[in-house]
Write a protein that binds this ligand. Structure first.
Ligand code: FAD
Ligand code: UDP
Length: 364
């Protein structure tokens, strides 16, 4: 069958590129998705109690990229949402990331911003060459804060010691010498007013976009005569594991609905040192839904299961580099997104890459 443009994967990466092809080139595009829904990991749905949940973990949109914000705003309005996280340490719920409020609450102090900066800098460990996430944390906040907030959470999340993990992972968490306790400080933040799935449906409203669900692309790709293939699935699978299986971290998501209106003090509470889960999300606090019940989500990281997080070690990067050599030689195939590029991408960065990739393509 002749299909000029094929996209594998109906996540944000795949849908963005499909939307651009249909609207800018006015061409048909076939999106092949192995799950029974669109949206990839941003998929959300209403549970049996009528509460909107994020089926693959809490997703908060935040960006400084005006272009990405304006692009997605064509498909959704936004509810204002400034994400806040508390973390359970030494029996107290303490604001995360590390701010002046965190230090004062943790040590029962009443320091000013300048005093907190001095206090943290005094604890910081001098490290000549920052090579791992452990180095990042120790060099910024010292041993006590590292042990209380980062060490065990990271071990739970990744299953290995922060001393074996790439610097980029713990660097995601800022250290602030001020009282701003928001989790993100990006200029644009929010939740799609009617949910991510609705936003994704709006992205593919164009009739030139055909979606084929419940289909692994390998079941049909040999029957398709295409000129362009955008692949957003795992790269090792694309190459039949030629250079071995790439490691991913997975998560076992456990939802519970409680017979109360509010469960916890913040939309997300982290548990670095207690329990087997990393955090609890309470969805109603992100979406302002009204309901007599509330649904929470506990995340249990694990190594088997759906690939969610590319594994952030030097060895994995080196293994992926072997695939990258193969990827460079492709002429009709472009690799895009969290799985295909094996990158710890946020939503806005994925959309940015998709927009840029589209701009670099030549219409044939
Ligand atoms: P995906 O969403 O994974 O889409 C890839 C699609 O390809 C999937 O639907 C998959 O089923 C399909 N596919 C795979 N293999 C095949 C195949 N063989 N055949 C057909 N289809 C296939 N980002 C933020 O900005 N803010 C957040 O708060 C945030 N929270 C997150 C929380 C969690 C727990 C996780 C895991 C991620 C979070 N992210 C967050 C990141 C965000 O989910 C990603 O940036 C984004 O969803 C990536 O989109 P994608 O299209 O690259 O990948
Ligand atoms: N992290 C931590 N303690 C926390 C929160 C995060 O040690 O309370 C570390 C952990 O290694 C995690 C990384 O910081 O994987 C990035 O956290 P973020 O909240 O950005 O992770 P996400 O949920 O977005 O993947």
């Amino acid at each position: 069958m002749k299909v000029k443009n094929v996209v594998v994967g109906a996540g944000l990466a795949g849908l963005t590129i499909a939307q651009r092809i249909a609207s800018e080139w006015q061409e048909e595009v076939l999106v092949i998705e192995k799950r029974d829904h669109i949206g990839g990991n941003v998929f959300d749905s209403y549970n049996e109690d009528g509460i909107l949940i994020h089926n693959y973990g809490p997703h908060i949109f935040h960006t400084n990229d005006k272009g990405v914000y304006e692009y997605l705003s064509k498909f959704t309005e936004w509810n204002d949402f400034w994400h806040r996280v508390l973390t359970y340490v030494d029996g107290n719920l303490i604001p995360m990331p590390i701010t002046v409020e965190t230090i004062n609450k943790l040590y029962n102090l009443n320091l000013s911003c300048e005093e907190v900066e001095e206090f943290i800098k005094k604890q910081a460990v001098a490290i000549d060459e920052i090579k791992t996430s452990k180095d990042v944390a120790l060099s910024k906040v010292g041993v006590d804060i590292y042990e209380k907030f980062f060490e065990n959470y990271t071990k739970k999340q990744w299953g290995i010691d922060p001393g074996e993990i790439d610097t980029s992972v713990i660097s995601r968490i800022p250290i602030r010498y001020n009282r701003d306790t928001r989790y993100f400080t990006d200029r644009y933040q929010g939740m799609p007013k009617h949910g991510y799935t609705k936003m994704c449906q709006n992205m593919i409203a164009d009739k030139k976009i055909k979606i084929l669900l419940n289909t692994d692309y390998k079941e049909i790709i040999d029957d398709l005569d295409y000129e362009l293939l955008i692949y957003t699935g795992p790269t090792d699978y694309f190459y039949n594991y030629k250079h071995g299986q790439l490691a991913y971290r997975s998560i076992d998501f456990k939802f519970e609905t409680m017979d109360c209106e509010k469960y916890q003090e913040a939309p997300v509470v982290n548990y670095p040192n207690d329990y087997d889960f990393t955090r609890i999300t309470e969805f109603k606090q992100m979406t302002w839904q009204e309901n007599k019940k509330t649904t929470i989500l506990k995340e249990f990281p694990c190594s088997e299961g759906e690939p969610y997080y590319p594994f952030p070690t030097k060895e994995c990067k080196e293994q992926f580099a072997l695939y990258q050599e193969e990827m460079k030689r492709e002429t009709k195939v472009h690799f895009l997104g969290r799985l295909a590029e094996y990158r710890y991408y946020n939503m806005d960065a994925v959309v940015r890459s998709a927009l840029d990739l589209f701009d670099s393509l030549e219409k044939k």
